[in-house]
Design a protein around this ligand. Sequence first.
Ligand SMILES: [Zn+2]
Length: 332
Amino acid sequence: MPLPKAELHLHIEGTLEPELAFELAARNSVPLPYADEDALREAYRFADLQSFLNLYYELMAVLRTERDFEDLAEAYLARAAAQGVRHAEIFFDPQAHLARGVEMGTVVEGLWRALGRSRERHGVSTRLIMCFLRDESAESALATLDAAKPYLDRITGVGLDSAEVGHPPAKFREVYEAAAALGLRRVAHAGEEGPPEYVTEALDVLGVERVDHGLRSVEDPALVERLVRDRVPLTLCPLSNVRLRTVDTLADHPLPAMLDAGLMCTVNSDDPAYFGGYAGDNFDAVRRDLGLTEERLRELARNSFLASFLEDDEELRARYLAEVAAYTFPAA
Ligand SMILES: [Zn+2]
């Protein structure tokens, strides 16, 4: 049995495996410029961020109907459950779908078909977090929040993702204020490629409760001190960092030093179909390449539940934390 954990940094569009991409392409008569699944899998070995994003948006074309989004989420939940994920807070990018003529309702209700039965079917509780694309305008983000208003009973919070550099958090002050007024929780990607100042800005201007990635926070000792003092969770994605060359190799990842500094780190998969592994694969990789002890792994699992948005079900959080505390690691 794998270590129980929560996944807090997961883009549902980034869970599209080549097999499902081909299945959905056939179902919807969307042509894909790849001969077969193997050729597509080869394309998943992209060289840099831009080639990743190009492929990521190209493949989204196969997602058309509620059933497509349901199948996408269902496939993720099954894989995540098999790797010990007990709770998943799932990002989705509505602007990427709205731009293709796919309505907000199709996306949210489609995802919800799988999420709504996930505890029963997979033993995985879920929350949905709507992300704004930071390379789109602030006006577009506001219009997206507006389009989501009929579905707010399905949406726990808002996030901010896509190309970071040149798009500082403050650009989205207004939409985050509006989201807060609607009672939505707030997170944002910051300090992945962008500087530590973006992390500070996400905290001060957007009022985020968790920072997605936040890796470059380590460059600013005062910021680290603040994150430690305020117990601000960071959702790290080690395999993603290697694939996007944020770190050279996994052995160079600052995770052990960040834990030693007292930062509240969690380990997540980001876009697992593209970055070489799901949540459990990330845990296995940091255990192997960074030599993390069982107690460190247990701390990461505990952090993931403490950092999750389970304030509306503290009993469930307590149950998950008890599972983590009672977990026995298999002999290595
Ligand atoms: Zn991400």
